[in-house]
Each structure stands twice: as C-alpha cells, then as structure tokens.
Write a protein that binds this ligand. Structure first.
Ligand code: SF4
Ligand code: SF4
Length: 304
C-alpha cells in the first residue's frame, strides 16, 4: 500500500549535514528497530558522478535478482524492523525486473515504507505498475544534467496520481569519501569510524550479508574479491543467536576494513561533477593496480 502524498516543491529542500547521530537500537517484539535498511539492486548507472558513494562508475554492470533479495529479507525480517526499506544503486530504475524486486520487498514485510533513490532521469519511462508499487521516491537533483521542467511536471503528476511521496534532494556537493590508497593510520581510522553517521543510516543487505554501511560490499566488487570486504559484514542466518549477534555487530567498536579506504560520512565536500570516460578508465586502472596481489602484500606488510 502506498503512503500519503506529500509532494515537496520541485525547488529542493534543505538537508542537515552532517546528520545527527542516531546510534540507538531498541529491541521491540524480538526485532531491532532501526532507521532504515537498503539494498543496492544495480551497480551500474546512467551517470558518472565523481565521488559516487556507491563507486558505481567504477563497477561492472550488475543486477540483484528478486529471488536473492527475497532470500536475504526472509532472514533479515526475523531480527530487524527498519522504518523504511530503500532501493538504491547505481541507478535502480535500470533494473530489468524492478517491479518484481519491489513486490519481493513488500511480501517480506520488512518495513512499512518502500522508497527508491534515483537521479530521476528515467522516471518519464516508468510504467504505471512501477508507480503503483512504490511508496516514496528520493530524487537527487544535480547541477548537471538538470531534469527538464516537463519531466519534473510528469513526476509530480504521477506521484500525485499514485500517492507516491516525493523527496526532492538538491545534491550540489558530494562528500569526498573514497581514498586513493588505504590508510595505515589505525588511530585516525578508529576515530573516523566512531564519528561516522553513515554506519547507522545506511545499513545494507547483499548476497546473504548484512553490513552496517554500504561501502564494504562495493569495495569488495571494486577489488574484484581479491581483498575480502565481506568479512566486514554479518552473515544473515535463521537461528536463535542471530538477534544477539546483530546487536553486537551494530554496536561494535572496531572499525571495518572498509574504513581504511574511506574518509567517512563527514569528509570534506566538493562540487558535484560528472567524470569523463577517460577519467573513469584511469580510476578503474588505478584500483586494478591496488587490487594486484603484490600490492596487497605490500600493504599488509606495511600495516603489520
Ligand atoms: S547518479 Fe548516483 S549512483 Fe549514479 S553515479 Fe551519480 S551518485 Fe552514483
Ligand atoms: S567504511 Fe567506515 S568510515 Fe566509511 S562510511 Fe562505512 S563506517 Fe563510515
């Protein structure tokens, strides 16, 4: 069922940055109440934003299957009750079975609201079945490319018609989170992790794992599995110890391996910028070199 219409003006809205900490995980009815849970259902995108938090421009095309999402949620719903479930990417509107994915999330009963985060460029192509299925949209509005006025009018009309809540998010700046080489400063990494608001706002499920933030899964793909970032997460299981394990994981004090690659949610801001293809290729090459076995050995020796 869709939530009530609350279309905000197309001019955008103010966001508090950095957001306040919300590190509080009460257990109600045997499940942990959390702010949100998300699945990144595609890795690819129709834009190449510099500093994309999902590393989308650097990753190969990939789509999650509705069956895999359903399997992960069958276990997650036993211990988690997020206020909202978010479908994110890459650009999630590029998913070939998007409506099936939304139905899989709805059938799981994981959250009362299902929201999708998009750059909006493809919203003019979406069938009514999509608008009927989704509850809410967060639409990131970049300085370039701008959404055309007639597309904005179409989005607002469809949202009103299908009772979809719209959150227009002006995104003129990006946090410069990704390091070009991993940090070797453990004290700084500990501090960044401790103060990072993303670890409580961007919980992710992917491939049978739960992560306190979105980044390990994407570093795992970026480094082509040659470095293990999956161990930053908690494997979803259906057993009585899962609730306590999830609480311990959410409250863990040790930083993630991914934090070595990251400046954290409060990293300095930089103006939004679309990368040219040549820049994307150069960055991909850079991270391929970082993932080379001899380079990994070097890093492990220097941080030992
Ligand atoms: S639109 Fe979003 S997912 Fe796509 S490249 Fe930009 S920040 Fe990344
Ligand atoms: S990797 Fe660490 S520092 Fe980066 S967003 Fe996740 S928790 Fe925060």
């Amino acid at each position: 069922m869709n939530s009530p219409v609350n279309a905000t003006p197309a001019a955008g809205r103010q966001h508090v940055f950095p957001p306040p900490m919300d590190r509080h995980y009460p257990v109600e009815g045997g499940r942990i109440r959390t702010r949100s849970l998300e699945a990144h259902i595609v890795d690819h995108c129709n834009l190449t934003c510099a500093e994309c938090c999902s590393l989308s421009p650097l990753l190969p095309a990939w789509s999650a299957s509705p069956e895999a999402i359903a399997a992960d949620l069958r276990m997650a719903v036993k211990v988690l009750q997020p206020r909202v479930f978010k479908l994110v990417g890459g650009e999630p509107l590029l998913h070939p079975q998007l409506v099936d994915v939304i139905h899989a999330v709805r059938d799981s009963g994981i959250a009362p609201v299902i929201s999708l985060t998009t750059n909006g460029l493809k919203l003019g192509d979406m069938a009514d079945a999509f608008w009927q299925a989704i509850d809410a949209l967060t639409i990131s509005r970049y300085p370039r490319p701008r959404l055309a006025p007639d597309l904005i009018a179409h989005i607002e009309a469809q949202a009103a018609r299908h009772a979809v809540r719209l959150n227009w998010k002006a995104q003129n700046e990006f946090s410069t989170m990704t390091r070009t080489a991993p940090s070797t400063d453990m004290a700084e990494t500990q501090r960044i992790y401790r103060d990072c608001w993303i670890r409580e706002r961007c919980h992710l499920i992917r491939d049978g794992m739960f992560y306190t933030c979105t980044r390990p899964a994407h570093f795992h793909t970026l480094y082509q599995g040659r470095q293990d970032f999956q161990s930053d997460g908690l494997r979803l299981r259906d057993d009585p110890a899962m609730l306590d394990d999830m609480l311990a994981y959410l409250n863990r004090e040790a930083p993630l391996k991914a934090c070595l690659e990251c400046h954290g949610g409060s990293a300095p801001q930089a103006p939004h910028r679309i990368m040219k293809r040549v820049e994307v290729v150069a960055l991909q090459r850079h991270y391929e070199e970082q993932a080379a076995p001899e380079r990994i050995l070097e890093t492990e020796v220097s941080s030992a």
